[in-house]
Design a binder for this molecule. Structure first.
Ligand SMILES: C[S@@+](CC[C@H](N)C(=O)[O-])C[C@H]1O[C@@H](n2cnc3c(N)ncnc32)[C@H](O)[C@@H]1O
Length: 238
């Protein structure tokens, strides 16, 4: 069979590209509208909801650290999932609007790299979730490297702040360092996998590592500590 002339192939490629972009925009518009209707602050909430529904990550009573939390849609859903016996410490470089957030949420405007466990309430976490994204430069390789570095910092914090058997969810921009990062997570947890939820744009390089069964990096080794924490004590407020 003789191949189609070049101009026909170009028209075809252009048509497919245009259809794909239109379809992706429809999907994004759908999640954007749904988030507005359901009272969530960002459409990224559906990424966490899907991961949680598929892999059963957050539990009632959990003490959660949410990093890269602004404007706060993951915080909204995490605070609902853990209920009033649980709590969420939400951290971001940007200020998060406290209005409408549940009483089990505490907000911190800070850099993950600088904040201490004492500032975060002094108790270890059952779950650490991160949707952190560095400012993008437009150079995909460089952005992926910065994102990976941030995720490695988060894994360092897990060693100190996460309870044995705890869980982790973290967003990363997939790049050259990604396989090493996943391997490190797999060494730290009983299981660690990478997934791309439907609400994540197909053309985006973001992917989510979710991991369960933290093996415990704290030298004090609270191996038999229960995952569930008591309610925050007196003086708990935003
Ligand atoms: C995609 S947004 C998070 C959206 C949020 N999960 C939600 O559902 O509303 C990424 C956030 O990561 C934050 N971020 C980036 N680097 C950070 C760092 N080192 N410490 C804390 N937050 C950081 C940014 O300020 C930004 O608000």
């Amino acid at each position: 069979m003789t191949p189609a002339p070049l101009f026909v192939r170009e028209i075809l490629a252009h048509t497919i590209r245009a259809w794909w972009c239109k379809r992706m925009k429809e999907v994004q518009d759908h999640f954007f509208k749904r988030a507005k209707q359901e009272g969530y602050r960002a459409r990224s909430v559906y990424k966490l909801l899907e991961l949680d529904q598929r892999f059963r990550l957050l539990r009632r009573g959990d003490r959660v650290l949410d990093v890269g939390a602004a404007p706060g849609s993951w915080t909204q859903v995490a605070s609902k999932l853990v209920g009033d016996r649980g709590s969420v410490q939400a951290v971001d470089l940007q200020a998060i609007d406290a209005r409408g957030l549940a009483d089990n949420v505490r907000l911190h405007q800070a850099d993950l790299c600088e904040i201490t466990l004492e500032t975060l309430g002094g108790e270890m976490f059952d779950a650490i979730i991160s949707d952190m994204a560095p400012n993008t430069s437009g150079v995909p390789m460089a952005d992926a490297a910065v994102s990976c570095r941030l995720c490695n910092t988060l894994l360092d914090r897990c060693e100190l702040w996460l309870r044995p058997r705890g869980i982790l969810v973290m967003k990363v921009f997939e790049g050259g360092e990604f396989p090493e990062l996943l391997k490190r997570a797999q060494g730290m947890f009983a299981e660690a996998h990478a997934s791309k939820p439907k609400a994540s744009r197909a053309e985006s390089v973001e992917i989510f590592i979710w991991a369960k069964g933290f093996r415990g990096g704290n030298p004090d080794g609270l191996v038999n500590a229960p995952r569930t924490r008591p309610m925050p004590g007196a003086g708990w407020k935003k």
